[in-house]
Design a protein around this ligand. Structure first.
Ligand code: C2O
Ligand code: CU
Ligand code: CU
Length: 454
């Protein structure tokens, strides 16, 4: 991301043309006109200011996902940045928040540990189409603790934004019913009630890419930035066993100790930070990242071509960090949230505890500093995301958390009819925040709750 001499980051949101499919042009909504948007690299303890200028035809809201950010700068879904010179009465079904014309600053304290964050649009009712058309980018937070570890770095650290898209024949994105007015007509949304899926997987905006690697360790920061698709990623080697992935971090940064996986399931919004050792295969090998949950164009994600032997001083230490286990405070509330389909005929579609997003009434008033238990219950798959602070998974269906649940999480995949308990603790900032499903169509159909921190 570009920083001016005063240290201010500047991003211009604009319509641009990208060549995503060979020989075709795709109109995107891009931060700085690119998809993914520019990658931020910031440091713990050094606050940053990002000035977003909106040259798009629609209002936007910027949210730093995983950011420990006060309410005013968190991207409250009704706090709109209006298009430059276009101040028509933009409405939502959910009232209004602040409106800033043309551009505004988002201030991020960055008082948080190193982690893979990402930023994306968060406007109420329209997050799905906005992100689908390109409004998403990486924001990597670094710190001394992580820098001191001998992990793969520089060219051997690859942030991978994975998302699926569908295209029209002329190369444009095929998102159902993009028209703003149509979207508010009851019933129209039924087409994408379950979430919008594409038939092509993109990695950092490119379909089915090949990346040349040394026979050495690489750090892959996996992000599922899809609107609704889940993946089961594996590294397949022709004629041999899969390459294992050693997880070193989750949504909220380093794990206490590495965990080795043969496959990783990733719901929308989740990040997994893994180290892969390509020296375990012969030079010349093509290692394919496949998606065990896909078929056809969504079964393959990308290819690594191992091209040369090379020196490698990196390793994955047995101890990575210290994770303070969150233990619910005696007497702190246990809250139950049910994520379910709304009543038939309600175009808002999805609900939490039977209600759709109501900005003015919170579903929980949580005391800062107190550890609460939240019980999340779903009908179908819902990746549940909480703003402001990461949480820890306590139990799945009364049993110990799964192998993929370790460390600090901010998005947790709840499977059909599952009950997941998480330990939640908000800190520092009193105000209104949201919890929502990160299936972006569910989110747009109001599967979102106001949480007030007090
Ligand atoms: Cu990644 Cu509230 O969102
Ligand atoms: Cu978020
Ligand atoms: Cu959902």
């Amino acid at each position: 991301a570009r920083q001016d001499s005063a240290g201010l980051y500047r991003v211009t949101q604009r319509v641009a043309q990208a060549e995503i499919l060979p020989g075709l042009r795709t109109e995107i909504l891009g931060y700085d006109g690119i998809f993914p948007g520019p990658t931020f690299e910031t440091r713990r303890g050094r606050p940053v200011v990002v000035r977003h200028r909106n040259e798009l035809p629609v209002p936007t809201v910027v949210h730093l996902h995983g950011g420990h950010t006060p309410h005013e700068h968190d991207g409250w879904p009704l706090d709109l940045v209006l298009p430059v010179g276009n101040t028509r009465e933009w409405r939502t079904h959910h009232g209004t928040g602040t409106r800033t014309e043309g551009e505004r600053d988002y201030r991020y304290p960055m008082a948080q540990r190193a982690a893979t964050l990402w930023y994306h649009d968060h406007r109420m009712d329209f997050t799905g189409p906005a992100v689908y058309r390109g409004l998403a980018g990486f924001h990597l937070v670094r710190d001394d603790e992580e820098d001191q570890l001998p992990l793969p770095r520089d060219d051997r650290e690859l942030p991978l934004m994975i998302c699926d898209r569908a295209f029209e024949e002329d190369g444009s994105f095929a998102y159902p019913a993009l028209d703003e007015e149509m979207r508010s007509v009851p019933g129209v949304r039924n087409d994408w009630m379950e979430g919008v899926l594409g038939d092509v997987v993109l990695v950092n905006g490119a379909p089915w890419p090949v990346h040349e690697v040394d026979a050495a360790r690489y750090r892959l920061r996996l992000l599922n930035a899809s609107n609704a698709r889940r993946y089961r990623l594996e590294l397949s080697v022709p004629g041999g066993p899969n390459l294992p992935m050693t997880q070193i971090g989750s949504d909220g940064g380093l794990l206490a100790a590495p965990v080795t996986h043969q496959s990783i399931e990733l719901a929308p919004g989740e990040r997994f930070d893994v180290v892969v050792d390509f020296s375990r295969v012969l030079v010349g090998t093509e290692v394919t990242m496949v998606n065990g949950l896909g078929s056809g164009g969504t079964a393959n994600v990308l290819r690594f071509h191992v091209v040369r032997t090379a020196r490698d001083d990196s390793r994955v230490p047995d101890r990575l960090s210290e994770i303070e286990p969150l233990t619910p405070n005696p007497g702190a509330p246990t809250r139950t949230f049910r994520f379910t389909r709304g009543p038939v005929g309600d175009h808002r579609g999805w609900t939490i505890n039977g209600t759709s997003f109501a900005p003015g009434s919170s579903l929980a008033d949580s005391k800062l500093g107190e550890v609460e238990t939240w019980r999340l219950i779903t009908d179908v798959h819902h990746p549940v995301h909480v703003h402001l602070d990461p949480f820890q998974v306590l139990r799945r269906d009364g049993r110990a958390p799964g192998k993929l649940d370790g460390g600090w999480k901010d998005t947790v995949d709840i499977r059909p009819a599952e009950v997941v308990d998480i330990a939640v603790r908000f800190t520092d900032y009193a105000g209104k925040f949201v919890m929502h499903c990160h299936n972006l169509e569910h989110e747009d159909m109001a599967m979102m709750a106001t949480i007030r921190t007090v």
